[in-house]
Write a protein that binds this ligand. Structure first.
Ligand code: PLP
Length: 488
């Protein structure tokens, strides 16, 4: 697709085709140059075909950069990871030349894996733009069309109509909080689920239910925590949540600006809940004038519809939604009724030109690529994960003792958010599993606050179900090693 196409389709406003930019975009020499670069990248990435160890001299080079990173940041990273800058779909090359399965992708950012030719092509075109960053005072058509694309998708089944773009999930959440506070005439309290995570700004660190994230911070946000759905006691947990919400509303009438909900808990442990859990809570919010805000920064794109509120059929209740990660540029989407007064939302940057065009391309590919629906690619990939995890648990039941709150299964999640819970979800052992998996060539992470889980956010845009066969051979070897160590 040429820049002329990218900048002239999909939006409601038409661009003049006689501008210098349109002429540059339509120049066949530009197309040829981009195709030559993409062709070279494709040849280079073709050499990345499976997990492998470092190349000669690679170890030293990686060690040097890790040390420099530690000096520079003041602390080392969770993994000894520094990428080389190339990969092949779910496989990534590190600076030492080794190759691993990347099943966490910067916590779900690289939805189409590494060195995706189509996204590189889009990025190269975007890089021809006149500015690296775009802002709220001055932007190009890219920003308008990205916002329109998001609203077009989000408005399916909801009243969401507007979109404010920003650089991080935490900033998207800050904007959402301010919108809800302004609409409630400065109601001081927020309702949130136990174990939620919302980012690391000062307000979000306080709403997020993780003591470690707010050590040393003065607390000035008043949060009322709600219990989440319990898969071991579905009806009881729905009843308990409704009673608790009723209690908060009666105790603090008119004091709540919003109820913020992760419809799938991310950092909290990939916990899911059915529509029947959320619906009465959202209904109570509606009756009491409390805005419903879905934080989909982690779940956006990954469930069996583009938004998790669509997967659960809850669109009618949603006043505000926030997204990020795979969208490259983050966003706060809101209804007509929630549109804030001028002056509340702005900022120097709204996003970078490459991020805006690549983000839009990602959303287009997700919409048109057969990813959604009960039999879409995302559902198929989830089934492929579950069938391998189930087989592994069956052949090694000793590694998978029952885990409370999981509905009897040592694996789960939804769509592209996958978890596995070996060794009873013990914190130290899960940490050892994640590090051992890394050494075996599979990059994962953990989630949960006890039980803890091994978390996978695979690049669902490009991963094929059968690739889990290779991955699970490595998973089995890693778990075996951890189990043997525990027996010593
Ligand atoms: C649910 C949720 N909200 C907000 C955030 C914060 O996003 P960011 O790290 O881009 O600020 C995250 C990040 O993991 C998240 O999972």
């Amino acid at each position: 697709m040429t820049q002329a196409d990218t900048t002239q389709t999909g939006g409601t406003s038409k661009q003049a085709d006689q501008t210098a930019a349109a002429a540059l975009a339509a120049n066949p020499a530009v197309d040829d140059a981009i195709e030559r670069i993409v062709g070279e990248i494709e040849s280079a990435r073709a050499s990345i075909t499976g997990v492998r160890g470092p190349v000669t001299g690679g170890r030293e080079s990686l060690k040097d950069f890790l040390e420099r990173q530690k000096q520079n940041k003041g602390r080392g990273g969770f993994f000894p990871y520094i990428g080389s800058g190339i990969g092949n779909g779910p496989l990534v090359e590190l600076l030492d030349g080794s190759v691993k399965w990347d099943l966490i992708n910067g916590i779900g950012v690289h939805m189409f894996g590494h060195s995706d030719p189509d996204l590189i092509r889009t990025g190269l075109r975007a890089a021809m733009g006149d500015t690296v960053q775009q802002g709220n005072l001055q932007c190009n058509a890219d920003a308008v069309m990205f916002g329109e694309t998001l609203v077009e998708q989000a408005s399916r089944g909801s009243a969401l109509r507007h979109c404010f773009l920003t650089n991080s999930g935490a900033m998207a959440n800050e904007s959402a909080l301010k919108i809800c506070q302004q609409k409630s005439n400065a109601a001081p309290r927020v309702i949130a689920f136990r174990d939620c995570f919302m980012g690391r700004s000062t307000a979000m660190s306080q709403i997020g239910d993780n003591a470690g994230g707010r050590i040393g911070l003065p607390l000035n946000v008043q949060v009322d925590y709600m219990p989440f759905f319990d898969a071991d006691d579905p009806e009881g947990s729905i009843e308990a949540a409704c009673e608790r919400l009723d209690e908060y509303i009666s105790r603090y009438p008119g004091q709540h600006a919003c109820f913020v909900m992760e419809l799938v808990q991310g950092e909290g442990g990939f916990k899911t809940a059915p529509r029947e859990f959320f619906e009465p809570l959202m209904g109570m919010c509606r009756e009491n004038g409390i805005a419903v805000w879905a934080d989909e920064v982690q779940s956006f794109g990954r469930t069996t519809e583009m938004f998790c509120f669509q997967t659960l059929g809850l669109g009618e209740f949603i006043d505000v939604v926030t997204i990020g990660k795979m969208s490259q540029v983050c966003a706060t989407l809101f209804t007509e009724a929630m549109n804030p007064k001028p002056g509340l939302l702005s900022g120097t940057f709204l996003g970078d030109t490459v991020g805006l065009q690549v983000g839009r391309r990602i959303v287009d590919r997700l919409r048109d690529g057969g990813y959604y629906g009960p039999d879409g690619r995302i559902a198929q990939l989830h089934d492929a994960f579950v069938s391998r995890a189930r087989k592994l648990a069956k052949s090694h039941p000793e590694w998978f003792p029952a885990v409370p709150g999981s509905g009897g299964e040592p694996f789960g999640g939804i769509g592209g958010m996958m978890r596995m819970t070996p060794f009873g979800g013990d914190r130290t052992k899960i940490n050892t599993v994640v590090q051992t998996l890394y050494r075996h060539g599979v990059i994962s992470f953990f989630c949960g606050h006890g039980p803890y889980h091994v978390r996978f956010l695979p690049p669902i845009g490009v991963m094929e179900p059968e690739q889990f066969d290779d991955v699970f051979l490595l998973v089995e070897a890693a778990l075996e090693q951890v189990a043997e160590k525990s027996d010593d």
